[in-house]
Design a protein around this ligand. Structure first.
Ligand code: ATP
Length: 310
């Protein structure tokens, strides 16, 4: 759906985007993850044809995107960070206005407006003036405006920054629902947990460069992070440790006290049943099990050398 190749952009001496390449498949929600100033907004502006790249190419459904041409723009729904709404109009009238810009009127417009209001959870507030909305509700209406013309690729620029938890959740649910309906989504964020929740694949960007790209499993493998399985036993953790040590797939086993064994494994879902079975067969009693998968946070830390700055 989206193919970005060798994209570059500088503002004077400041390199904002450096040789950036990635693809988004049809129906995929792809996360572009990076701290403030990583180059996400610059990248999106180029993808939307609002900013000319210094180098590289952008194709949406095979159509070359460029600021010199409007070709392919109708395929994209762009939701900017800034709210672009009319505060004195109500939610429904705002959408009717944006609908007219896309050539929508009459019954089809009413139908799409109702559909998008429902998706972002604003049906009941559609008759209220936008200036009476919370920041999060305005953000949700902004998203609805980007969806009215039924784009094939929705681009969201940090849609949940600085909003209340209820609106944040409504946005995440709406994006997940769009993904299930088969829409392609490019989702930029500096919130790791959002990328983990919504995106199968994630690209990690910092200082304008794509440092790593892949599924969580691929990224985790890249930095050799392990999953941790903590097993509580009724007694004799040292004996249980002895029973487990040396098993295939177990990278490390330690007894942290008399009732706790900590196993570092490569694949938690494969190892968990085997570990519990081995312990039980040895005659020991398992009283609790906790699995901690490596997170994108630790991957980010490994790759960039810094925690994800806010
Ligand atoms: P944020 O979440 O803060 O918007 P971002 O990842 O979207 O961050 P960009 O806004 O693309 O990052 O900025 C990338 C770099 O380019 C930053 O160092 C920024 O200061 C710089 N930059 C962005 N826009 C301009 C501009 N119009 N003129 C000069 N420098 C700019």
């Amino acid at each position: 759906m989206l193919a970005v190749a060798g994209l570059a952009k500088s503002y004077g001496d400041q390199q904002a985007v450096v040789d950036l390449s990635f693809d988004v498949a049809v129906g995929e929600t792809f996360g572009l993850l990076g701290p403030n100033g990583a180059g996400k907004t610059t990248t999106i502006s180029m993808i939307c044809g609002l900013l000319a790249p210094d180098a590289g190419s952008i194709r949406v459904a095979g159509v070359e995107i460029s600021p010199d041409s409007v070709e392919g723009r109708e395929l994209i729904g762009y939701v900017p960070q800034e709210i672009a709404l009319y505060p004195d109009l109500n939610g429904r009238d705002n959408l009717a206005f944006f609908g007219r810009l896309y050539g929508l009127s009459g019954a089809p417009a009413r139908e799409r407006i109702a559909e998008t209001l429902e998706l972002v959870g604003l049906t009941e507030r559609a008759g209220d003036r936008v200036k009476e909305y919370s920041g999060g509700m305005q953000r949700r209406l902004n998203i609805a405006a980007g969806l009215l013309h039924r784009p094939r690729l929705l681009i969201l620029d940090e849609p949940t920054v600085g909003i209340d938890p209820q609106s944040r959740n409504a946005i995440l649910e709406a994006v997940a629902a769009l993904g299930e309906q088969g829409m392609s989504v490019l989702y930029t964020t500096h919130y790791m947990e959002e990328a983990e929740r919504l995106c199968r694949r994630v690209g990690i960007v910092d200082h304008g460069r794509m440092l790593a790209c892949g599924t969580r499993r691929e990224l985790v493998a890249l930095v050799e992070e392990r999953a941790q399985i903590t097993v509580a036993v009724a007694s004799d953790a040292a004996g249980v440790r002895g029973t487990l040590s040396g098993r295939a797939g177990l990278v490390d086993v330690t007894a942290t006290d008399d009732r706790t064994v900590v196993c570092m494994v490569e694949d938690a879902s494969a190892q968990l049943p085997l570990i519990v079975q081995t312990i039980t067969e040895s005659g020991a009693v398992v009283t609790d099990v906790r699995v901690e998968e490596p997170t994108l946070d630790s991957v980010f830390l490994h790759i960039t050398g810094t925690a994800l700055r806010d």
